[in-house]
Design a protein. Structure first.
Length: 415
């Protein structure tokens, strides 16, 4: 039987038009209005692609779930009206892989459908005997988001009407926001399970944004680094939960597993590198300038400048919150520890100088206000400068403090 397209449309809004346009182009197409009918169609013939209105995605969850368990990947094209504001979060979660706004002409629909059908993957059924790992699930989320972000950005460049471009930009920003909400919620849940870690990633993101802004970085790079701060520990989600709440010295094997989280975070976020998230900075945020860090023991200019920023902020934020194995330090004591690390050649002193006014109040007794994390805003953008380039870090005024703090192990500092 020829490959066919399954159009799901309970309200018979965009569905009849899509069916007729695809049929006119010579594509076998079926339009269904009920889940039972759709499941029967899927069992009779596995579709090559599914078209579904975005505002009906949750209604069609049983069918999309059935497709997710099948022998081959089925692309799912979500249709969104340019006049409607639709949350794409349910669509991403249920398997929508591409977006198309309407009204549009039939050729645009046919081109998008045939392109998606050519790009589908096969042979997935062999892996379905085992449930997907948490790493694979998280990676799938970022891959789908990256593909959709790039498609919407490409579409923005192709359309001529200003209102269409604006709608696509709004769709892109909504998609970026939804990704942040999904991953941010997962990270927050994991942090809540580790005593003393709740809110750590959002705090790192907030301070990282303020620090890069103070260094004079352009807005897109600031936004990319803010998101890197939010997601830098996403690899913790795939580690045993008891590693996040040690009440004593860790065994060598446990330390090795824990030190792997930076690379795992990088693996999960790698698809987002093409849309502005500095993945190299995330992978290297536990590297140190003297080569004492992990996972690769990079030193000096091998450590991306973005990673140096994340390393300073992540360590300060960790030190100023209590952990099961130690109490919280004051803001000034934590800065003293950072300066001790700088004196040993591990952390960049200039960045610690730049951090100080952002986290220390001018008046004693007044709590610092490092800023707030805003989930909306610019979102991720394709292209742009590379925030991981260590070749030209911005210059800042340097101040010196006398430090009497004893050196500490980097892993213990940042836990």
């Amino acid at each position: 039987m020829p490959a066919h397209v399954l159009v799901l449309d309970a309200a018979e809004g965009i569905g009849p038009w899509a069916r007729d346009a695809l049929a006119h182009a010579g594509l076998a197409c079926a339009l269904v209005k009920e889940n039972v009918e759709a499941l029967r169609s899927v069992d009779a013939q596995w579709p090559a692609l599914v078209v579904v209105p975005l505002d009906e995605v949750e209604r069609w969850a049983p069918v999309l779930g059935r497709l997710g368990d099948g022998p081959t990947t089925v692309p799912v094209l979500g249709m969104a009206s340019r006049d409607a504001s639709v949350d794409v979060t349910p669509a991403l979660a249920l398997g929508v892989t591409d977006l198309l706004t309407y009204p549009c002409n039939g050729d645009d629909l046919v081109d998008r459908v045939t392109s998606s059908m050519r790009g589908r993957r096969s042979g997935r059924g062999q892996d379905r005997s085992e449930p997907a790992s948490p790493l694979a699930q998280l990676r799938a989320v970022t891959e789908a988001a990256e593909e959709a972000l790039l498609r919407t950005e490409t579409a923005v460049a192709r359309v001529s009407r200003s209102e269409e471009r604006e709608h696509l930009r709004q769709a892109r920003d909504s998609l970026s926001h939804s990704l942040q909400v999904i991953l941010g919620t997962m990270i927050g849940s994991a942090e809540a399970a580790g005593p003393g870690r709740e809110g750590h990633s959002r705090r790192v993101a907030s301070i990282t944004r303020d620090l890069t802004d103070a260094l004079g970085w352009p807005p897109l790079r600031v936004r990319g680094m803010e998101l890197a701060g939010l997601f830098l520990d996403i690899g913790m989600l795939v580690l045993p939960s008891d590693l996040l709440a040690p009440r004593g010295p860790l065994e060598p094997d446990a330390i090795k597993v824990l030190q792997g989280h930076a690379d795992i975070s990088g693996d999960i976020l790698e698809p987002m590198a093409r849309v502005g998230l500095p993945v190299a900075a995330v992978r290297a945020h536990h590297e140190r300038l003297d080569g004492s860090g992990y996972p690769r023991g990079l030193r000096g200019r091998q450590v991306p400048f973005g990673a140096q920023i994340l390393g300073v902020v992540d360590t300060w934020a960790a030190l100023t919150r209590p952990r099961p194995h130690r109490p919280a330090m004051s803001e000034r004591d934590a800065l003293a520890v950072l300066r001790q690390q700088a004196s040993l050649g591990r952390l960049p002193g200039k960045l610690i100088d730049a951090l100080e006014p952002l986290v220390i109040s001018a008046r004693p007794g007044t709590p610092p206000a490092p800023g707030r994390f805003e989930q909306g805003g610019g979102g991720l953008q394709p292209g742009g400068e590379d925030p991981d380039d260590p070749s030209s870090p911005p210059s800042v005024t340097r101040r010196r403090l006398t430090v009497a703090t004893q050196p500490a192990d980097d892993l213990a500092l940042s836990l």
